[in-house]
Design a protein. Sequence first.
Length: 415
Amino acid sequence: MGGQQFGTGTWLFDLRGHSSIRQFDARRGLVTVDAGIEWPALIAGCAALQSPDAATTWGIRQKQTSADRLTLGGALAANIHGRGLRLPPIVGDVEAFTLIGPDDLARSCSRDENADLFRLAIGGYGLFGVIAEVTLRLMPRLPVQRSVEILTLDELVRVPEERDTTDWLFGDFQYSIDENSPDFLQRGVFSAYRRCDEPPAELAAQRQLRESDWEELLWLAHTDRAKVWEVYSGFYRATHGQRYWSDTHQLSVYPDHDHTALDRRIGSPFPCSEMISELHVPRALLREFMGRAGDLLRSGETPVNSGTIRLIERDTETLLAWAREPWACIIFNLHCEHTPAGLARAAAAFRALIDLALALGGSYYLTYHRRANRTQVETADPRFREFLVEKKARDPGEIFSSDWYRHHRDLFAAP
Ligand SMILES: Cc1cc2nc3c(=O)[nH]c(=O)nc-3n(C[C@H](O)[C@H](O)[C@H](O)COP(=O)(O)OP(=O)(O)OC[C@H]3O[C@@H](n4cnc5c(N)ncnc54)[C@H](O)[C@@H]3O)c2cc1C
C-alpha cells in the first residue's frame, strides 16, 4: 500500500518474531507487548491472562478492519483507525512505547516523557525509529449485538448525535457500488454493534462469511455489481441480532487471494488488482462529496469494487495528524488494469477524488498510494513540510527510510 512498507535497497526489520506479552495490568486495563505482535495473538493473549469470572475483563478497543495479521508497531506507525463510533485513531489507545532511534538508543515515549517523539513516531510511518514495545490501553470486554440497517448518507452521519454512543460502540457502512443504480455511493448497509447483556453464542453457531463467500463476493463485485449488493446486504440482514464480544468481533477473514485467478475467471487480457484510497471529509458534506464522486466514477472506467465509510473522531496529539476533524472516512477500492493506460486512469481517478475532498475542506490518507501531486499533499496535510524537517533533523543520515518517504522528500525538494 503506497510504499511505506517497502524500501528499495534497504534492510527490512521484520518484527514478527518479537511478539511476547510482557505485562498485563488488570487494575488499570493496560497491556505491554513487543511491537511485532499481531492482533489475533494479542487478543487471545489478553484473554488467556484473565479469569472469565473477574468483575472486569479487558480487551482491545480497536484494530484495522478486514485484515488481522498486522502488527501493533505497524498500527502505531500508520496511526490506524478501526470502526469505533466515537474513537479517534489508535494514538488515543497508546499509553507509552519504546523507540529505538537512529542513534541506537532506546527511549521511553509517552505524553510525559519524550513527548515530542510520542507525537512524531505515532503516525510517523517508521521514519523516526523502531517501535519495540507498546503499552496499550484496553477497554472492558463487553458483549455486543449486531444491528443491520440500510441507511442513507445523511442518516449515517447523524448516528453519533442521535444514538447513545456509550451503547452503540462500533459501526461501518458498506455502500452500494452499482453504478447503474440511483443508490450508487448513496445508500449502504450499516452494521453496528451495540452493548448488550447476554454473552454471545459459540461463534461456530453463528452465521458468518467464510473465505469462499468472500471470494464469491469479490467475483460478483467484478462482474455483477447489482447482484453483489443484493447478496451482501441479504447476508448481513440475516445476521441482525447476532451477539459478539467487543474485541473478537473486530477480527475478520481476508482472503489472501492472488488476483491472477480472478483475472483468469473474468477473462481479463491484463493483470489487474484493486487499489485503495481513503478520503476524509467533514461529515456535514458527506452527501455532497459522494454525489460528486458518483458523477466522477459512474462511467465505470475505473469501477468501484467495494467501499466503506467510518466515522472517526479528531486526533489532537500527533504531529502529522490525519484526523484533524471528526471526519467521515471514505474508502474506495478501485479496479485497476496494470497497463500504462489502466494505471494512468486509476491515478487520474485518485487525484480527482483527492481534489473533490480538498474542495470541501477534506483530506486523504497519505500512504495508500503515491498519486497525489505536491499541492494536494500540502493542502491535505499542511504540516507535511514540518514533518520532513523533523525527520531530517532527527535522522540526518536517513537510517530509517522507505520508498514512500523518498518519493515525498523528492517531491518537496523540487523547486
Ligand atoms: C487488507 C488491509 C486492510 C487495512 N485496513 C485498515 C483499516 O481498517 N484502518 C487503517 O487505519 N489501516 C488499514 N490498513 C493499513 C494498515 O493499517 C497499515 O498499512 C499498517 O501500517 C500495516 O501494519 P503492518 O504491521 O503490516 O506494517 P508494515 O506494512 O510492515 O509497515 C507499515 C509501516 O509501519 C512501519 N512500521 C511497522 N512496524 C513498525 C515498528 N515496529 N516501528 C516503527 N515503524 C513500524 C513501517 O516502517 C511502515 O512504514 C489496512 C491494510 C491492509 C493490508
